[in-house]
Design a protein around this ligand. Structure first.
Ligand code: FAD
Length: 524
């Protein structure tokens, strides 16, 4: 860890590539800071700051073992650093980056780092289940081949996260007592869906907060200068850095989480409080995705907390499930589904992102849940899972925004966003653009769910139980309008049919239709 896996010449700022030149113990590292990446996409400033800070901190640690090049492009940087000498690179984290490094004759691509499950193991597992089955018959492909070959056959619901997760638990002996899951059950989700307790914040110690140093100051000065020169422009606020930029900081963050916060992670995993942006979440995704933490040490620390009695099983299992289940699953599906997955648009959604959303203009939004979530993105480049899925992503889905534009927005706006993690989470999980290859149903909700799982409806101008009228909740109205629009497609869906049938009971449906059509794309 520390050499980074968040490399992406095509789409992401910076690269922690850790490219080695030469052989043996004298191996040198090449790191390239590419300016053109920042021109191509309008990133959140806190994200640009974090990535540059992590790279420059790593370079400072490596001292004269690193050739650190600031260049316009990766190609130019590599030429300046090593000419055409041979280099090795760990498997990059995007299709574009993989194509790029493969196009260079001097580069040897090593296996990916930063994940528990090797490509071959996933291919063997998925090959037995996936629709076209080619992998099982032709020998386990590497995930790279899956990407290069284009799309796999339909997962057809047979690639199930729960099955994968159990296989990972068994194979890696995570939270196992002999051949059985610790505590006798694989899944403790039911205990992990509690609404938030009363009060402004959870009764837990605050998350770890890094201290900025001279490198952060230099990064901030550079970003100011680039913006002033008009060369690049960012969204969001670059407040004090919230996430680890070094291995030492990342280890402290992990210790703080597993030692003091993990205990309450489970029950309130899905809950949202207006006054508590972090809740009991680990905030470790940026460090994991930068390669500053290894997933194995994260799950080991959580298991240790359970075995030594400092965290209950539902919290430890909930956390292990996120890392060893969801994170691994998303990584492998990114390659398994192939590059064409980014073009999926099963619902035919075409609306562009409105300006207020793109600009993170939380102040323009009246609906308190959306305004709070958007303000979180603006101020920190991070919100926890439920605001991402059930507020921000849900709003985009309900209003038919183009899944590619939504994916791009999440990618640019979140400190932990990289192509590999965006595609499955946004195209698949959040926007249902893949028509159900990754999830069994669209994740959408009206105000009732938000009201149950948060305190956000309390001080809101709208009422979660109203569909029409002056105080109609825009999420509730949007929910019914979505079902109405997609009625035909969803009427026979085993997990949606009941909701769709509910449309027949709405006497105000004509009024709701009229209002939604007239709504426009202004902030709700
Ligand atoms: P915790 O709640 O503490 O969970 C622990 C860890 O589990 C996370 O750090 C993360 O590494 C992993 N994890 C959990 N769920 C997922 C998942 N679905 N996919 C991948 N890893 C997961 N995660 C990212 O790392 N980067 C993203 O850009 C990203 N974008 C998302 C966009 C949408 C629309 C949705 C619905 C989810 C997204 N996620 C993303 C997944 C998840 O929301 C974040 O990993 C999590 O909120 C990060 O906060 P945390 O570290 O406190 O996580």
């Amino acid at each position: 860890p520390g050499s980074g896996t968040g490399t992406d010449p095509g789409t992401d700022p910076g690269t922690g590539t850790g490219t080695g030149t030469g052989t043996g113990t004298g191996t040198e590292i090449v790191m390239i800071e590419s300016r053109s990446v920042f021109r191509r996409r309008r990133f959140h400033r806190a994200k640009a700051h974090l990535v540059l800070s992590a790279m420059r901190h790593r370079a400072a640690e490596l001292g004269d073992r690193v050739r650190y090049v600031r260049a316009e492009t990766y190609r130019e940087g590599l030429a300046r650093a090593v000419g055409d000498a041979p280099v090795t690179v760990h498997h990059p984290t995007s299709h574009a980056a993989l194509r790029f490094v493969r196009s260079l004759e001097q580069v040897t691509v090593l296996p990916a780092r930063g994940f528990l499950v090797p490509a071959e193991d996933f291919a063997a597992w998925a090959g037995e289940r996936d629709g076209d089955g080619s992998s099982a018959r032709t020998g386990a492909p590497t995930t790279e081949r899956a990407g290069a070959d284009g799309d796999r056959g339909r997962a057809g619901g047979r690639l199930r996260m729960e099955d994968f997760y159990r296989a990972v638990r068994r194979r890696h002996r995570l939270l196992m007592d002999g051949d059985e899951p610790a505590g006798g059950r694989w899944n403790l989700d039911r205990e992990n869906r509690e609404p938030p307790p009363r009060g402004e914040a959870l009764p837990v110690p605050p998350p770890y907060r890094p201290r900025e140093d001279a490198i952060d100051e230099e990064v901030r000065r550079d970003l100011d200068r680039w913006e002033a020169e008009g060369a690049v422009s960012f969204t969001g606020r670059d407040g004090p850095r919230l996430f680890p930029a070094t291995r030492a900081e990342a280890r402290r963050a992990l210790r703080r989480f597993t030692g003091e916060r993990l205990g309450s992670f489970g029950p309130w995993e899905d809950a949202v409080l207006a006054g508590d942006w972090a809740m009991s979440h680990s905030l470790l995704s940026p460090a994991l995705n930068l390669g500053l933490l290894d997933p194995a040490e994260c799950v080991a620390a959580a298991e240790d907390a359970y075995r030594t009695g400092s965290a209950p099983l539902n919290s430890a299992e909930g956390f292990v499930r996120q890392i060893a289940g969801w994170r691994e699953y998303m990584w492998h599906l990114y390659w398994w589904f192939g590059d064409g997955y980014r073009r999926a648009n099963a619902l035919g959604h075409r609306e562009p992102l409105p300006r207020w959303f793109d600009e993170l203009d939380a102040g323009a939004v009246t609906a308190r849940c959306l305004s709070t979530a958007l303000a979180g993105v603006r101020d920190r480049g991070w919100t926890h899972h439920i605001p991402r899925l059930m507020i921000l992503g849900n709003w985009a889905l309900l209003h038919g925004w183009h899944p590619r534009a939504v994916t791009d927005w999440f990618h640019r706006s979140f400190a932990d966003g990289y192509d590999w993690v965006m595609l499955p989470n946004v195209v698949g999980m959040s926007q249902y653009a893949d028509g159900g290859r990754l999830t069994t149903k669209p994740y959408l909700c009206g105000g009732a769910y938000i009201n149950r799982m948060s305190d956000l409806c309390g001080g809101c101008a709208y009422r979660p139980d109203r569909r029409t009228g002056e105080r109609a909740c825009p999420f509730t109205a949007g929910y019914w309008a979505f079902l109405d629009r997609h009625r035909e497609r969803l009427a026979h869906h085993p997990r949606m049919a009941r909701s769709v049938n509910g449309l027949d009971r709405l006497r105000d449906l004509p009024e709701l239709r009229r209002k939604e059509e007239a709504r426009g794309d202004g902030p709700p």
